[in-house]
Each structure stands twice: as structure tokens, then as C-alpha cells.
Design a protein around this ligand. Structure first.
Ligand code: MG
Length: 163
């Protein structure tokens, strides 16, 4: 009988909303008058998920693998980071059990875009969409997120491998 070893990881990320940038979340472009500032595309949801997976595998964090000082990652598609981390997990025998994530954004409305984010992220991670949950909430007008100055995300990931 197989027995499995399970590991959990957490991820948190925030990027500032500025004019003149495209808004990319979960690998999906969302029509809005501002976008997320970052060395890469600033996709805070994908970064939180990437960090949760790295955390679960005890492989450090997104900054150690994809430094924001490295010109290779300037304007990078964050799907590249997520895909790479999934390869690292596969190489170590890990599979993803499930991921749960929350987007914290005052505007724009996220709900209409969540199915596309789920489809895109599941495809990049090579998992079934049922293994991924994405929630969205406002910050009730409080702090930088509530003032519409930033969009943050949180994620937890459970991974496992056969012992
Ligand atoms: Mg980030």
C-alpha cells in the first residue's frame, strides 16, 4: 500500500497599481486603467501561488529563483516562473494536491475573470482546475489595497509524494 508524505506551503504577494501598465493576474489580462508595477509582469496572484509551491517543497522563495535584479526577468511573463517551479517539484517527485488562493483588490471586479485565471493557471501547472480555488475580496476601503493603490494575493498549496 502506498503511503504519502504531505507538505504545505504559504505565499503572499503585493504589487503597486500604476498607470501605464497592463493588469495581469493569474496569467490573464484584465481590462483596467492601471496595472501592477514590478520587475516582471507584476502578477501578484501567480507570485503568491509560486511562493506557496516553493514553500511546500522547502525550495526558498520566488526571489531566490528569479531575482528582480536579473535583467532576464525584466517584464517576464510570470507563467514562466510558475512553470519552472512545477518542473522543480516534478523533479523531486512531488505532485500538487490542491491550491487555494485569495486576491485582495478593491477594483476592478475579479469574479468575471476567475474562470479564465483558473483555466490558465491549471494548464500551466498541469493540474485539473478542480485542484485550484481562487477567491477574490475587497479590503473594505481600508489601507493601500482599499484605496486602490495595490493588489495583493495569498495562497496555500498542498503537495505530496509517495514515501
Ligand atoms: Mg511579486
Amino acid at each position: 500500500m502506498n503511503s504519502f508524505s504531505y507538505r504545505i506551503g504559504i505565499g503572499n504577494d503585493i504589487h503597486r497599481l500604476v498607470e501605464g501598465r497592463r493588469l495581469i493576474l493569474g496569467g490573464v489580462e484584465i481590462p483596467f486603467d492601471k496595472g501592477l508595477l514590478g520587475h516582471s509582469d507584476g502578477d501578484s496572484l501567480s507570485h503568491a501561488i509560486t511562493d506557496a509551491l516553493l514553500g511546500a517543497a522547502a525550495l526558498g522563495d520566488i526571489g531566490t529563483h528569479f531575482s528582480d535584479k536579473d535583467p532576464r526577468w525584466a517584464g517576464a511573463d510570470s507563467m514562466v516562473f510558475l512553470r519552472h517551479v512545477c518542473v522543480l517539484l516534478t523533479e523531486r517527485g512531488f505532485q500538487i494536491a490542491n491550491i487555494d488562493a485569495t486576491i485582495l483588490a478593491e477594483r476592478p471586479k475579479m469574479m468575471p475573470h476567475i474562470p479564465a485565471m483558473k483555466a490558465k493557471l491549471a494548464e500551466v501547472m498541469a493540474i485539473d482546475p478542480s485542484q485550484l480555488n481562487i477567491k477574490a475580496k475587497t479590503n473594505e476601503g481600508l489601507d493601500a489595497i482599499g484605496r486602490g493603490e495595490a493588489i495583493a494575493a495569498q495562497a496555500v498549496a498542498l503537495i505530496f509524494k509517495s514515501k
